[in-house]
Design a protein around this ligand. Sequence first.
Ligand SMILES: [Ca+2]
Length: 499
Amino acid sequence: MPWRVGNAGATRVGSCWLVGAAILWGAKAMISVSPAVGAQPRRESLPNIVYIMADELAYYELSHMGNAKLHTPNIDRFAAQGMRFTQALAAAPVCAPLRCALMTGKHLGHASVRANDGGTPLRAEEPTIASMLHSLGYATGGFGKWGAGGRGSTGVPEKHGFDVFFGYYDQVHAHSYYPPYLVRNSVEVPLAGNRGGRKGQTYSHYRIMDEALAFLRQHRDQPFFCYLPITPPHGMYDIPADDPAWELYRHDPWMQDEEVPAEAKNYAAMVSMVDRNVQEVLDVLRELGLEENTIVFFTGDNGGQDRFRSEAYPRGFFGPNVDPRSGRAFRGQKGTLYEGGLRIPFLVRWPGKIAAGRVSDLLCYQCDIFPTLAELVGGETPADVDGISILPELLGPAQVGREQPQHPHLYWEYRDATAVRIGNWKGICSGPGRPWELYDLAQDIEEVHDVASQHPELVRKMERIAVQEHLPARPGTYHNRQWQEKDRRAKWGETAVDR
Ligand SMILES: [Ca+2]
């Protein structure tokens, strides 16, 4: 059955599982902006959405990508049952800006959060994925690290469409797995036996996952959006010694090697803990009978960091940016606009709707998620969103009723650097007054052969795009800085004096 495309791009609904109720929902979205709550017919016919985003987990840190040290059997199976993207990119190379871009669909030339210091929140009036879904009657829950506005600011998640957000609002707070408290809808939730820092009695990530899984159960009878920007395997690299993930490494000689830093061993266990969490989500969906009405995303947030470097491992012990099969490496890492800062794992699973085992080379980035989900559910995409819907790529053009469009260009900026992508061409300018570099990623994925001098017109075009896409940032504001500062201090908490 073809998809019905509504007026002004505001409402696109259809397909077999949405017929009837979704058209009704679509019509409602066109004529009314009031939150759809209460007695709506067949709310369950709208698909549930789960978006799991592991902090820092890199493109080549999954076993199915050839990583021989890290074990991710559940994510490997997820990839085999769903669709894997080879050119899904972060909208920014660090946490806070990319979370803003993901939630608002705006690239870094338009995003309100462009710094990673926690000081620039979302503006009060900005629509987000959560507010769009909430207006259609979705239950909306976030669990993990928000990063787009601290407590006491205009950017808090409960003012941007989330019924509940539990975890960390500030990314410095999120460095500790044993903080004295987490935050739920801006209210502190004490964690027993924790003083901050690296040791304690309540491992924060367990609490966060518990609440996320409880949210799924609680909302089994209505459409839900479960956003899981979980903090592992981001450092500090702490995981309980009795976590079941350690079992996966019992027979790995490197795990017994005293030369390998304990932090690297913890990191591996954290990756496999994330792997287990992914399966826990799928298991609950299956138990609730929701697997076939739930689209599940699994992704990283920014490009990999070359952690645990040594003479033997110049690109890091786990080689997050090195293809284990070819040895080719992405240039740069987290924090840069080279591919090492932008490539992320991106998998989407939806039994019966997304063909199993497909691999897509579609060029896309996190700004595309908002319009994709809006198209999926018949929600409204704001006119100033920079992303494009990738729904035809996910479900197939026949199902959606149109071909997958391509980005005319993609745009990034971070600190002094700017980057533009046009098809396989990537231009990077590292700062004001610096020459543009140009790479043909189809031939040169490592970005080592600068061909700018051979393509001056293309470089000029990218320069024009960079000027056109950059608007001065308009961040939100804080009405109380003390709460956010308290949250940042809670990283070390009472242990700060011991350091
Ligand atoms: Ca990150």
